[in-house]
Every structure is written in structure tokens, then in C-alpha cells.
Design a protein around this ligand. Structure first.
Ligand code: GUN
Ligand code: ZN
Length: 445
């Protein structure tokens, strides 16, 4: 993919996450991008221009804000068209809306068209890295990889695998799954210097046999791949999994028996975990994904996020389309703050449970990168990392003409009021993948 040349990029304000769930603000800041799309130096515009007088500068203007691109740790490509359609709780929603929708991906042309819509929508929302449950068919997943390769964003994706308790049209036997995964892996894993990766995706214990789960863990371990699934999301699901796996002491034990507890495994939701489960997941250094909007939409519950952070889990955020209702990860971060307040209100004995806007923005960026083990490549704007960043327009936030404009105020307004309309440009490895011009001024004064 063609790479633009060496240049400086500067903005009115730059936010970059740092360890300790903090965000560092750099007014009138920017960085130098090298010919390979890496960040080479970070500083104020003045310092950078003094140090690199001959390098061209792309300045986004005094009301611009640069952030690292968002890292969406959990979402479903074949559910994009199901977004916002309410069919009750998890198991009923899967049966009545999601399974019939996913079956349409047997048509590879439909899959390709949907992948284009989905990845373009993610880019418009400022997401530069996505971990994706792909279509439940190999050819459809191949087409989706092809679209991601062309659009330029960073994607970790796998065919959604199921072999029981789902309609016949969605089943893939363990033998077929192995063949399909190995072929897709060969074609796409590591593509474009690691921009695309294959991430094994058994749906959950409710639609996978013991054999399929074991196979997924084995292939993921053998090839050093990310493994992703759902865990302890809703009370109805928990009761059903207990019936399906009577030999397992708890939900986590099902995945444990399959060999799935490892640092490169992402467990989405993880709302209902006993202290023993948390202890085992922590010991194996598994990462968790918080999807607060999906958890409300499906009436699943509220993750005890603060407790998990305190216990040292690596955690990031996921939009979980189509149970989540948009691909805008900042809104997920907003809901993480609000749901933490609600949890504090409902369970005062757990205090403190709250999450600050600074911490929420951290989870949407560096937290996600850490959960993927990619914190040395993406997640913040630091020398040596890839230049995956987005430019937002501060004047698109509320209120108009704000009384307070310190970086901490901008961060709070960003978290609580930003919409995708504030995203002006999106870059991966320094290459511009999306640009939106500001809307024309209204004629009414
Ligand atoms: N559990 C099993 N499959 C799914 C899914 O597609 N979405 C969510 N939110 N939970 C699941
Ligand atoms: Zn999901």
C-alpha cells in the first residue's frame, strides 16, 4: 500500500494515553511521521518545526484535536444490519434476529457488500483497529478480509465457528472448521506487515461442542493467534451453559477444560464471574472486553469494571454490534462511565466503582492495545509506534463557545458529547483512510 512521505503533523491539542490509565495533554502539539508511517518524534509544533525545518507540515488548525485511533476489541461484522433491532434478551435475540441474519452470509457477494459498509462505518467513527467476529462461512470471511486489506485499517478477524444448538445452515464441523481456518490463516494472517491477523472465533459454549472448543484452543496456541469468545454474559445464558456442561464447576471451567485460558484470549462481557473464576482467569492473564451498551440493550447486566481493573485484568472496550448500537467507541467509553455510576448507585457496598473520562478514553485506546499485546505498536502517540491517529474538531463538541477550555474540560466534553460528526480524519500508519469536511455554516444567524 502506497505510503505518504516524511512529514510533521500538528494540531491545536494532542491527547496521548500513558501508563496508569492517564491521558497526557500536549497543547499545540504534534509528531514527525517517517516514510514507513512510524512516529519518530513528539513535541510542540514550535519545537518540531525548529528541529525539522525542511520537513513539510500538515497542520490541522487551532481547533483540532489529535488522538490515537480507537481500538474496538469486540464486534460482529455480520450483525451490522441487525443493529438497533430489539428482540429481548441474549438467547431470544440470537434465535430470532441474529442467526437468520448471519445465515445470509452464505452469499459471498452479500458478505462483501456488508463488509464494505461495516468497515467504512468503523473508519467514520475513528476506529483504526477492530477485533471482529466474521461471517460464519469461510468464503464470506475471505471476502471480508479482502475488503479490510483494501480499506487499510487494522483488523483481527476470524470466521464465527459453531457446531451445535444453532440452525443447520450455520454449523461447521470441527474438521471443516480446521480446514477453513488453516486456509484463511495462510492467506491473511500477517498480511501487510501484520496489519491483518487471523483471530480464532468460536462463538460461545452455547454453540460449540467440547471438541470444537478444544480444537480452537489447539490451533490458536500452535500458531500464536488471538482467540476470542463470549463468557458469562447473561443470567439465562449462565443457566443454559450449566445444563449443557454439568461436569464444569462454573462457566470458566468449560473454556479451561478446552485449554482456552491464555494471555492471547479475549473474553467478551464476563459480567458474572465468581472469585474463583476471576482468580483463574487472572492467573492465566486472559484479557476481558467491556461492552456496556450491548449489556444494556440485551438486559444482560453491569460488569463490575472497577473491581476487575483493581484486580489487574487487562481490559478494553467493544462495541459488540449488533447488540451494541453503533461503531463509535467513544460512546462505548461514555456508557462505561455511566454504567459504573449506575453500579455504584445500585451496589453502594462496592464503592468506589466509578470511572473517570480520562480512564474511559484510556480503555478505548491504550487499554485495548494492551489487551491485544500490541501496546508497543499502537494505542498511544509515542516515538516508535505506528502513526494510527484520528483528528477531531473541538468546535463540534457541546456546548458552543464553551466557558472553560483547559485540556481536562476538553477531555470531559469529548467523552460526554462527541459524535462521529466530530471525526475529521483517520490515519493508519500515517496513511489517510478517511476525511470529512466540516459541514457548511447554516445561513440562519
Ligand atoms: N453470545 C453468543 N453469541 C453472541 C453474539 O453474537 N452477541 C452477543 N452479545 N453475545 C453472544
Ligand atoms: Zn459479541
Amino acid at each position: 500500500m502506497e505510503q505518504p512521505g516524511v512529514r510533521l503533523v500538528t494540531a491545536g491539542l494532542l491527547f496521548s494515553p500513558v501508563p496508569g490509565r492517564r491521558i497526557q495533554a500536549l497543547p499545540k502539539g504534534g509528531f514527525l511521521i517517517d516514510a514507513r508511517g512510524r512516529i519518530r518524534a513528539v513535541g510542540t509544533a514550535e519545537e518540531l518545526q525548529r528541529q525539522y525545518p525542511a520537513v513539510p507540515c500538515q497542520d490541522f488548525g487551532p481547533t483540532s484535536l489529535i488522538l490515537p485511533g480507537f481500538v474496538d476489541l469486540h464486534t460482529h461484522l455480520p450483525q451490522y444490519q441487525g443493529l438497533a433491532l430489539d428482540r429481548g434478551e441474549l438467547l431470544s435475540w440470537l434465535e430470532h434476529l441474529i442467526f437468520p441474519l448471519e445465515a445470509r452470509f452464505a452469499d459471498p457477494d452479500f458478505a462483501e457488500q456488508q463488509a464494505e459498509l461495516f468497515f467504512r462505518a468503523a473508519l467514520r467513527c475513528g476506529t483504526t483497529t477492530l477485533v471482529v467476529f466474521g461471517p460464519p462461512y469461510a468464503e464470506a470471511t475471505r471476502r471480508a478480509f479482502r475488503v479490510a486489506a483494501r480499506l487499510g485499517l487494522r483488523v483481527l478477524m476470524g470466521q464465527t465457528l459453531m457446531d451445535c444448538h444453532v440452525p443447520d445452515a450455520l454449523r461447521t464441523s470441527p474438521e471443516e472448521a480446521l480446514k477453513a481456518v488453516e486456509a484463511l490463516l495462510d492467506e491473511w494472517h500477517g498480511y501487510d506487515g501484520g496489519r491483518l491477523s487471523y483471530a480464532i472465533a468460536p462463538r460461545f459454549a452455547g454453540s460449540c461442542s467440547r471438541e470444537l472448543l478444544r480444537l480452537c484452543a489447539e490451533v490458536a496456541t500452535r500458531h500464536g493467534l488471538l482467540l476470542q469468545t463470549h463468557l458469562a454474559e447473561s443470567p439465562g445464558e449462565l443457566r443454559w451453559i450449566a445444563q449443557l456442561f454439568p461436569e464444569a464447576a462454573d462457566y470458566t471451567a468449560v473454556y479451561e477444560a478446552a485449554g482456552m485460558l491464555r494471555p492471547q484470549t479475549l473474553f467478551a462481557h464476563a459480567i458474572y464471574l465468581s472469585s474463583s473464576e476471576r482468580e483463574r482467569l487472572r492467573r492465566a492473564n486472559c484479557a476481558l472486553v467491556h461492552c456496556p451498551r450491548s449489556n444494556v440493550f440485551l438486559r444482560s447486566g453491569i460488569m463490575p469494571l472497577r473491581q476487575y481493573l483493581h484486580e489487574g485484568f487487562r481490559i478494553g472496550l467493544g462495541t459488540d454490534i449488533g447488540a451494541g448500537t453503533s461503531l463509535f467507541l467513544l460512546e462505548e467509553a461514555r456508557w462505561a462511565c455511566e454504567m459504573a455510576k449506575l453500579r455504584a448507585f445500585l451496589s453502594p457496598e462496592e464503592a468506589p466503582t466509578e470511572l473517570s473520562p480520562e480512564e474511559a478514553l484510556w480503555l478505548a485506546t491504550l487499554g485495548g492495545a494492551q489487551a491485544l499485546g500490541l501496546e508497543h505498536t499502537i494505542g498511544s502517540l509515542e516515538e516508535g509506534k505506528d502513526a494510527d491517529f484520528i483528528v477531531l474538531d473541538i468546535t463540534a463538541l457541546e456546548p458552543a463557545q464553551p466557558l472553560w477550555s483547559e485540556p481536562s474540560h476538553v477531555l470531559a466534553r469529548l467523552l460526554y458529547t462527541a459524535t462521529p460528526a466530530a471525526v475529521r480524519a483517520v490515519f493508519v500508519r500515517g496513511r489517510e483512510l478517511f476525511r470529512q469536511n466540516p459541514p457548511p455554516q447554516s445561513g440562519i444567524s
